[in-house]
Design a protein around this ligand. Structure first.
Ligand code: HEM
Ligand code: HEM
Length: 125
C-alpha cells in the first residue's frame, strides 16, 4: 500500500461529508454540529491532504513501518472520532457515553502523529 496515495484518496471523502454537514447546518439554521463539521474537515480532509502531500514529496519516508503505523492509527482514530462527534453533537450520544472509545480514538490519532513526527525528523532533508 502506498501511504501517500492512501491519505490523498481518503481525504476528499472527509471533505464531501464535512461540506454536506456544513450545507445541512446552513439550510436547517441549526449549527449544533459545528464542532463535528470542523473536525471532519480539519482532521479528516486538511490533515490527511497535508500528510499525503508530505509523503509524495519525501517518498523514502512513505516506505517505512512508521508511515504505515501513522496511516492506520490515524485512519482508525479519525473515523471513530468523526462518527462519535456527529452522534455527540446531534444528541444521540451523551458526553459520558464517549468513554472509553473516544479517548482511545484520540490516543490512536496522537500516536499516529507521533509516528509521523519521528518519520519527518528522520527523512526530511
Ligand atoms: C460547503 C462548504 C461548507 C459549508 C456550507 C460550511 C458551513 C458551516 C457552518 C454553517 C458552520 C457553523 C458556523 C457557526 O455556528 O458559527 C461552520 C463552522 C465551521 N466550518 Fe464550515 N462549512 C463548509 C466548509 C468548511 C471547510 C472546507 C472547512 C475547513 C477545511 C470548514 C471549517 C469550519 C470550522 C473550523 C468551523 C467552526 C468555526 C467555529 O466554531 O468557530 N468548513 N461551517
Ligand atoms: C484528536 C485530536 C483533537 C481533539 C481531541 C480536539 C478537541 C477539540 C475540542 C474538545 C474542541 C472544543 C469544541 C467545542 O466545544 O466547541 C475543539 C475545537 C476546535 N478544534 Fe480541535 N481537536 C483535535 C484536533 C484538531 C485539529 C487537528 C484541528 C485543526 C487542524 C482542530 C481545530 C479545531 C478548531 C478550529 C476548533 C474550534 C471550532 C469549534 O469549536 O467548532 N482540532 N477541538
Amino acid at each position: 500500500m502506498n501511504v501517500s496515495r492512501g491519505f490523498l484518496s481518503i481525504a476528499p471523502i472527509y471533505l464531501i461529508i464535512g461540506m454536506l454537514i456544513g450545507g445541512y447546518m446552513g439550510a436547517s439554521q441549526d449549527h449544533s454540529l459545528a464542532p463535528a463539521h470542523a473536525h471532519i474537515n480539519l482532521l479528516g480532509f486538511t490533515l490527511m491532504m497535508i500528510f499525503g502531500l508530505y509523503y509524495a514529496v519525501f517518498p523514502a519516508a512513505a516506505q517505512t513501518a512508521l508511515a504505515k503505523a501513522h496511516f492506520w492509527l490515524f485512519q482508525i482514530g479519525a473515523a471513530i472520532l468523526a462518527v462519535m462527534l456527529v452522534l455527540l453533537f446531534s444528541g444521540r450520544l451523551l458526553e459520558e457515553q464517549m468513554f472509553p472509545v473516544a479517548p482511545l480514538a484520540e490516543l490512536a490519532v496522537l500516536l499516529g502523529v507521533l509516528a509521523f513526527t519521528i518519520n519527518v525528523w528522520r527523512h526530511t532533508r
